[in-house]
Design a protein around this ligand. Structure first.
Ligand code: PLP
Length: 354
């Protein structure tokens, strides 16, 4: 049975990644042991973590100025870890979505937060490009893709201030100059792996500048010194991300994925834009190429539409509970065929109800 999986996260992964990670649970590399049974300090696992680190750097074109960490606690822990490690006095944030807002709430516990732009009053349907980053802040924080409403940053500011970016929902989906960032974090459960692991990519020279004491697990420097095995990491999620990174490398890298993602989302946005029944509320230039949100213009048709797509084995199309409507998450692994299928269903619905 073909299922079309539009879940926002945890979400669709490449089929071969799911198959290989399932096999590894039974028998890892013909060792007779399950991936779940090996020591995180064994040679087998050290090889896995080294390979995964290398693949992140290779695919994102990053040099050894950067350390790659595989931590736990989700992106939510990073909302606190970033200011804990980087904020002496003040930082600047863009309030572009619900997750950005949560990051700001955490940062306020550590110092002064300059909010350079807030889209909150406009329900986060746009992202400003006209903001000035104060030269004296410790860092500037932004969210590259706002998963809940479906907006995405297309440009990042030129600044001498370290840029920190939450890339949880669009990491590895497009080719950008990753060396413009001093710190990138992304929880793995969208484009990379299973839940329970967060990739942190940190430029080592921004660490060690703060005055406060940091608890051991919250200290990036300690994780860097311990190559992400200070304590027992999420072995399964790291292994699965290695498989996804290999899949990306074999496909030809991020520029290929970027092209595919642009094409897939353009098809869907075009369909929404020409439809009488559906609408997208995001400023066109800020539309996400990962999460396409849309609404029925007549709310009373929702029941009928829900019945229709659910019957067709489409899953995960409900909008986030904060905003309602619909959201098609079109991550790297979602096949073009699923987008085309959804469009067919929308067309059929239109024929019946417009
Ligand atoms: C952009 C963004 N940041 C942060 C989070 C929170 O991630 P986690 O649940 O891993 O803490 C999410 C989750 O969907 C997200 O989309």
């Amino acid at each position: 049975m073909k299922i079309h999986n539009f879940n926002a996260g945890p979400s669709i992964l490449p089929k071969e990644v799911v198959i290989k990670s399932a096999q590894s649970i039974i028998n890892l590399n013909k060792s007779g042991l399950s991936l779940l049974e090996i020591s995180h300090r064994s040679l087998d696992f050290l090889e896995i973590i080294e390979k995964t680190t290398h693949l992140v750097k290779y695919i994102m074109n990053l040099n050894d100025d950067y350390a790659i960490l595989f931590l736990q606690g989700g992106a939510t822990l990073q909302f606190a870890m970033v200011p804990y490690n980087l904020m002496n006095q003040e930082a600047a944030y863009l309030d572009t979505g619900f997750w950005a807002h949560n990051a700001i709430k955490e940062a306020k516990k550590f110092g002064k937060v300059n909010i350079l732009f807030s889209g909150r009053k406009k329900n986060y349907t746009c992202i400003s490009k006209n903001y000035q980053i104060p030269y004296n802040v410790d860092y500037f924080h932004c969210t590259s893709n706002n998963t809940i409403v479906g907006t995405q940053m297309n440009k990042f500011p030129k600044t001498t201030v370290p840029i920190v970016c939450d890339m949880s929902s669009d990491i590895l989906s497009r080719k950008i100059d990753f060396s413009q960032f001093s710190l990138i974090y992304a929880s793995a459960q969208k484009n990379v792996s299973s839940a329970g692991m967060t990739i942190v990519i940190v430029k080592k020279d921004i660490l060690g500048r703060i005055k406060r004491e940091v608890p051991t697990y919250m200290d990036y420097q300690i994780h860097v010194q311990n190559n992400s095995i200070l304590n027992t990491p999420n072995v399964f999620s790291i292994y699965t991300s290695m498989l996804t990174l290999e899949w990306i490398k074999n496909k030809g890298g991020l520029s290929i994925l970027e092209k595919e993602n642009k094409y897939k989302t353009k098809l869907l946005y075009d369909e929404i834009d020409k439809s009488n029944l559906f609408e997208n509320k995001i400023d066109k230039e800020d539309r996400s190429k990962m999460n396409v949100s849309f609404f029925l213009k007549k709310k009373n048709l929702e029941k009928e539409f829900n019945k229709m797509w659910k019957k067709e084995n489409i899953v995960g199309l409900d909008g986030h509970r904060f905003v309602g409507g619909y959201r098609a998450s079109i991550y790297n692994a979602l096949p073009l065929e699923s987008v085309q299928f959804l469009i067919e269903i929308m067309k059929e619905f239109e024929k019946k109800f417009s």
